[in-house]
Design a protein. Structure first.
Length: 456
């Protein structure tokens, strides 16, 4: 009898361990079983909703993807979503690398700097299955981004270890350590749950049925968008309920989804999953992000008119247009201002009367000195000004200087990013240059020093 117990106990332990690993395995990801293939090698029509045709509306902006926290996903898994985002006119940028582990103090500082640079240009930000923890500084950067209208997509899955709650909890969202299942009605496996209960909104527009494959419940009071039926269980509660694997928070600027698999082929073509992916792409490319001057040129829309106060600045205007064109925008030189169009104006101080209404609106006075709304007075000689103004939904960038060379140098600093060192407010930079033109030497450039202002 004793010998039998010695044999039975280890077997029970092993069975228990295998069962737990099958649902909460924190290492290599094992995807759900693919729906049975048809003779043509495609998902059978029985699994597919009525034909969905994506109809993207063109936008301008940038989606930044966090890959700096050893994130547990492959680029192939989100390829369909990203293709929909690019079809809408957005650029895709990544922060870090999926294969890089950045854990030392020095690397953490580097990672924080990468994230700050990435969010500077982002309209939307995607965080999926991060492994490494976020620093206090990184969480602050993400909060500031959301506070200024940036859209944040958070994706988790219960079978993949992640630290997504570090970001999610800042918006009162918790990805529960459970999985949802339905033994009464499901898609080939009790964990492949049907979802037919939707709150109205842009994310759920046109949906009838979607299927999630590895979903957990999300907790957020009054923020649910997609709900399970009353036959669905949570593995940690062992009771049925109306759970939500998709929620929205922060006045709509944060979207959290607890399943990534539904986006990947062939699961994207099941029921209305494709339509949901397109709705998410619309959401990501509909950001109302408010940009500052330090984020040049990402505050501009798709088309920008570049105007000069005098012909001697045409070369600088062409350089500015070329710089803007490198960022998925079209900048062209124009003779006069179109009050319905995004605009950049380059002039000398004598030309400031042409943009006086914008300067006055920003509290700036120009005579022999430049007076800012902060009471700061600066001589115009050897000085350049860069101002960003918004007027009736338009962005107007104004560059003024005391000479052609000073204006040229201001454009050069926009290109290098050095202009951020002379910012005196979110949308104003004043640059005192000791020489109108930095001395150009063979093999390089010696930039003129910048006085005053705090970097941003």
């Amino acid at each position: 009898m004793g010998a039998k117990r010695l044999i039975i106990v280890p077997i029970v332990v092993i069975v228990s361990l295998v069962g737990s690993l099958s649902f909460f395995y924190n290492g290599r990801y094992v995807p759900p079983k693919t729906p049975p293939p048809s003779a043509a090698g495609k998902v059978p029509q029985a699994y597919v909703s009525s034909a969905f045709v994506d109809s993207p509306a063109k936008q301008t902006g940038t989606l930044v993807i966090d890959e700096s926290h050893f994130n547990s996903f492959s680029e192939q898994e989100i390829a369909i979503l990203l293709s929909r985002v690019t079809a809408r006119g957005y650029e895709i940028k990544s922060v870090g690398s999926l294969t890089t582990f950045m854990g030392s103090d020095a690397r953490l500082k580097e990672r924080e700097a990468l994230l700050e640079d990435g969010l500077r240009i982002a309209n939307s930000f995607l965080v999926a299955l991060p492994w490494n923890e976020y620093t206090t500084r990184e969480r602050e950067l993400v909060r500031n981004f959301v506070d200024r209208g940036g859209r944040l997509l958070l994706i988790g899955e219960p079978t993949r270890r992640n630290t997504i709650n570090q970001i999610a909890q800042d918006y009162s969202i918790i990805f529960a350590n459970d999985y949802l299942y339905n033994v009464k009605e499901h898609e080939d496996n009790f964990r492949y749950i049907y979802l037919r209960d939707f709150a109205p909104g842009e994310i759920t527009r046109g949906l009838k049925t979607v299927v999630f494959y590895v979903a957990s419940s999300l907790s957020l009071e009054n923020g649910g968008l997609v709900f399970t039926d009353n036959n669905t269980f949570s593995s940690t509660r062992e009771q049925t309920g109306r759970f939500s694997p998709v929620v929205q928070a922060a006045n709509g600027n944060v979207l959290a989804i607890s399943d990534l698999t539904f986006m990947s082929p062939p699961y994207n073509s099941v029921m209305d999953n494709d339509r949901l992916i397109s709705n998410i792409a619309d959401y990501l490319t509909g950001s109302g992000r408010v940009f500052k001057l330090s984020e040049f040129p990402h505050f501009f829309g798709p088309k920008v008119d570049v105007i000069v106060g005098r012909d001697e600045l045409l070369s600088s205007a062409q350089s500015l247009a070329s710089l803007v064109n490198q960022h998925n925008r079209t900048a062209e030189l124009k003779e006069r201002e179109n009050y319905l169009q995004e605009t950049a104006f380059l002039g000398l101080w004598e030309d400031s009367n042409q943009v006086e209404h914008y300067l006055t609106g920003a509290g700036i006075q120009v005579n022999k000195t430049v007076v800012t709304p902060f009471g700061q007075k600066t001589q115009t000689q050897g000085t350049a000004l860069i101002l960003l103004q918004e007027n009736q939904g338009r962005h107007i960038l104004i560059i003024l200087g005391d000479s052609r060379d000073t204006v040229k140098e201001a454009v050069a600093r926009l290109k290098s990013g050095e202009f951020r060192q002379g910012l005196v407010s979110d949308n104003l930079g004043i640059y005192t240059i000791t020489e109108a033109v930095p001395q150009r030497v063979a093999g390089g450039t010696t930039p003129a020093p910048v006085k005053g202002g705090n970097g941003n």
